[in-house]
Ligand binder design. Structure first.
Ligand SMILES: Nc1nc2c(c(=O)[nH]1)N[C@H]1C(S)=C(S)[C@@H](COP(=O)(O)OP(=O)(O)OC[C@H]3O[C@@H](n4cnc5c(=O)[nH]c(N)nc54)[C@H](O)[C@@H]3O)O[C@H]1N2
Ligand SMILES: Nc1nc2c(c(=O)[nH]1)N[C@H]1C(S)=C(S)[C@@H](COP(=O)(O)OP(=O)(O)OC[C@H]3O[C@@H](n4cnc5c(=O)[nH]c(N)nc54)[C@H](O)[C@@H]3O)O[C@H]1N2
Ligand code: SF4
Ligand SMILES: [Mo]
Length: 677
């Protein structure tokens, strides 16, 4: 007789780095997660989840999961380890740190995390520990901080459109976002708009995934979107389609800015962007004649040396016809909420830091590990919620640093990632369903809590619990380190931020039990800047007058960009064979003109090269990538490619104009065929 298992469906939240933070329902018997589906009660996703998360339980119960602390027995990078106890691991880690602190002070120790888990407590709690230690202070700008800085330079803290408002838009411009991969839950709005006779225009450097869902595809030379935005505004002014009253009443510096626009003709922009001037003109006219146009802005165009300025210009374009404040009009894809939901400082505890600490930008990890003009190399690296070998620019420098025999590396991980292979000690990490937390969706006005559903597998521990025992071994006495993660979540809810100002008793009950609530959309005419006005000209910026800045230059002919894959999320989901098989080999998309001139055919092995490295790909020849562009989809694992380098070996360690952000789309390469080589 088979034993009947008593199971229940419980609410939880997807922990990954997506704008939606989808609600999930997990079927559990209290020990295992048996099934996953979308939570139809989630206010934004409404039950729609991506293919990656349908079988989340396969990742949670994967035979490849790391279940005990491990100590390295082979060479760094070789991937040979033996199990040890938590006690031995913690003794060794804190013993080494105490020595380093005595010899070098906190500047010898570098904490490193980014987007593995996108919650409040588990993601950010390490800041409190390393603030207390006085370790290096990590500048966390691996994703979209140039976009954030560019938007803020114009709109301050004004909330942009929540995608649920797009149902009212009368023209949709998808600008540098592969929504099929990264904003799936906003796709129904796009489809409904087209069904209702509205047009959807795509402005992309690589339109492979989105082309079937758009009426017009405008392929643009990477890093030149600022020129397009300026030329569109030139046409709007020429045709009297700008909303002068709105711009003069709510904007600062419009007359001066308008005077600069006369030079930015469509012909001028054609030279820079590769878009025919007639197309620029007709796009501007269509935009100017719409009453409630929405620009859905992705982060792609911001990951350049001119990325902050590009976003400033697109943001100014979004206010130019007075669309903001009309239902569905304006900009979507920046920050939609009307104020923080929780007080991050309760988790990160900046007050624990007694000395400022050496600032290390995580995009410059290679320099931090190898030393540069201003700094000696760090002595210890602690990585959690990140896989920098695959995700950070300058891969060969990162690996060179990680190979240093005198670098003491600890990686808190769930799987044997390319980074974990270089660790001296690996600590086993918990999955989201094995820990408690709160999550704010960065693309929607929603906030939620998710409580532990099962005990962590094996000896895995959450980030919070790991830092608690490390703190104890370091002798840190603060009450903070003695709290449980549930108590921390409770404290955040007890002292909410302004974004939770309107929450009803019923909604508090949802948050206390675990679930997601929706908060009111921002008032898009309440300009939350210092002056209360839109900063068309911003005297605090390095270039107060918005203008065209070129991206980083390079001697090689093709512009290399990174595009997301629908099968993976950065380097997450590499444990799932059905997803990695669906994604296929590491491919580089190029236009037929660039393929033909190099005698490369679709499916050929090719070598991409520049001054930094040579990396092997499979060519995908497509007219849906802009001529002169090479697009690499997704992050792969070196281990699965026979230790071959990844695309980020071709990326320079350079920062954006504002926001100190990654410029991973701003690199030049050439390609040669590897057939018969
Ligand atoms: N399936 C899946 N989902 C994801 C991710 C993933 O890897 N896979 N990543 C997650 C993360 S970390 C993030 S930050 C978000 C990102 O989500 P979004 O911010 O919406 O950005 P992406 O969809 O990554 O799309 C960037 C697009 O910019 C295009 N692009 C690059 N350079 C330029 C340019 O100069 N001009 C123009 N017009 N387009 C350009 C690229 O071709 C790409 O399609 O998605 C998240 N969701
Ligand atoms: N070539 C290329 N480079 C990119 C991108 C790209 O598209 N192409 N995307 C860029 C972007 S937008 C981003 S945001 C970054 C992301 O870069 P990273 O932050 O490095 O993200 P991932 O590569 O997904 O690695 C996250 C790791 O965290 C682990 N993890 C998950 N949950 C937990 C947890 O609770 N605790 C601990 N300790 N670990 C956990 C996962 O197993 C995974 O190995 O990469 C950037 N780099
Ligand atoms: S990975 Fe993104 S789209 Fe998929 S369920 Fe999670 S939040 Fe939603
Ligand atoms: Mo990101």
């Amino acid at each position: 007789m088979t034993e009947l298992r008593h199971t229940q469906w419980k609410k939880t939240i997807c922990p990954y780095d997506c704008p939606t933070s989808c609600g999930l329902l997990a079927e559990t018997d209290g020990r295992h997660i048996l099934n996953i589906k979308g939570d139809p009660e989630h206010p934004a996703a409404k039950g729609l989840i991506c293919r990656k998360m349908h079988r989340y339980m396969d990742s949670i119960h994967s035979p490849d999961r790391i279940l005990t602390p491990l100590k390295r027995t082979g060479e760094k990078g070789e991937g040979k380890f033996m199990p040890i106890t938590w006690e031995a691991a913690v003794d060794e880690i804190t013993g080494r740190w105490k020595e380093i602190l005595k010899e070098e002070g906190g500047n010898g120790i570098l904490p490193f995390y980014y987007s593995g888990v996108m919650s409040v407590v588990q993601r950010k709690c390490g800041d409190a520990f390393f603030n207390r230690m006085g370790a290096c202070s990590l500048v966390k700008t691996l994703c979209s901080s140039a976009k954030g800085a560019g938007y803020e330079a114009v709109m301050g803290h004004t909330g942009c459109l929540d995608p649920r408002e797009l149902c009212d838009s009368d023209l949709l411009i998808v600008w540098g976002s592969n929504m099929m991969a990264t904003r799936l839950q906003a796709m129904p709005a796009l489809k409904a708009a087209r069904g209702g006779g509205k047009r959807v225009v795509l402005i992309e450097a690589c339109g492979e995934d989105m082309a079937p869902y758009c009426d017009q595809i405008v392929l643009i030379r990477p890093g030149t979107d600022g020129a397009l935005a300026l030329a569109m505004m030139h046409v709007l002014v020429e045709e009297g389609l700008e909303d002068r009253e709105f711009l003069e009443e709510y904007g600062e510096g419009f007359p001066e800015f308008k005077d600069t626009l006369k030079d930015y003709t469509p012909k001028w922009a054609e030279e820079i962007t590769g878009i025919p001037s007639l197309v620029i003109r007709s796009l501007a006219l269509e935009y100017g004649r719409a009453s409630r146009p929405a620009i859905i802005l992705g982060s792609g165009p911001s990951r350049y040396g001119n990325g902050g300025m590009t976003v400033r210009l697109i943001t100014i374009l979004s206010v130019f016809t007075g669309a903001w404040g009309k239902p569905g009009g304006g900009l979507c894809g920046c920050s939609p909420t009307a104020g923080p939901y929780v007080d991050d400082a309760l988790v990160t505890r900046p007050d624990f830091r007694k000395t400022p600490g050496r600032k290390v930008n995580l995009n410059l990890l290679g320099n931090a590990l190898n030393g540069d003009r201003n700094n000696v190399p760090v002595k210890s690296l602690y990585v959690y919620g990140s896989n920098p070998v695959g995700s950070v620019c300058g891969q060969t420098q990162v690996i060179k640093g990680l190979r240093r025999p005198d670098l003491f590396t600890v990686v808190h991980e769930r799987f044997m990632t390319d980074t974990a292979r270089y660790a001296d000690i690996i600590l086993p990490a918990a999955f989201s369903v094995e820990q408690s937390d709160c999550y704010l969706a960065y693309g929607y006005c929603t906030f939620g809590t998710a409580y532990k559903l099962t005990e962590p597998a094996g000896q895995c521990k959450s980030n919070w619990n790991t830092f608690s025992i490390l703190a104890q071994a370091m002798g840190y006495e603060e009450e903070y380190f003695k709290r449980s993660e549930e108590e921390m979540v409770e404290k955040l809810l007890e002292e909410p931020g302004p974004g939770l100002g309107h929450v009803s008793g019923e909604e508090w009950e949802i948050l206390r039990k675990g679930g997601v609530i929706s908060t009111p959309f921002a008032d898009h005419r309440l300009f939350r800047t210092a002056s209360g006005k839109i900063m068309i000209v911003n005297p605090k910026q390095p270039n107060p007058m918005p203008c065209y800045l070129p991206a980083h230059a390079g001697v090689y002919p093709l512009r290399l960009i990174a595009v997301p894959s629908q099968y993976t999320l950065n380097s997450i989901f590499l444990d799932r064979e059905e997803l990695t098989a669906g994604r296929g080999a590491m491919k580089l998309m190029i236009h037929p003109v660039d393929a033909d001139s190099r005698r490369i055919r679709d499916g050929d092995p090719v070598i991409a090269f520049n001054e930094l490295a040579e990396v092997e790909f499979t060519a995908r020849v497509t007219e849906l990538v802009a001529p002169g562009t090479a697009a690499a989809a997704g992050i792969y694992s070196m281990a699965s490619r026979g230790a071959g380098l990844l695309v980020n070996a071709l990326h320079h360690q350079r920062l954006s104009d504002i926001g100190e952000a990654t410029t991973l789309n701003d690199n030049r390469i050439d390609i040669r065929s590897a057939v018969n080589v």
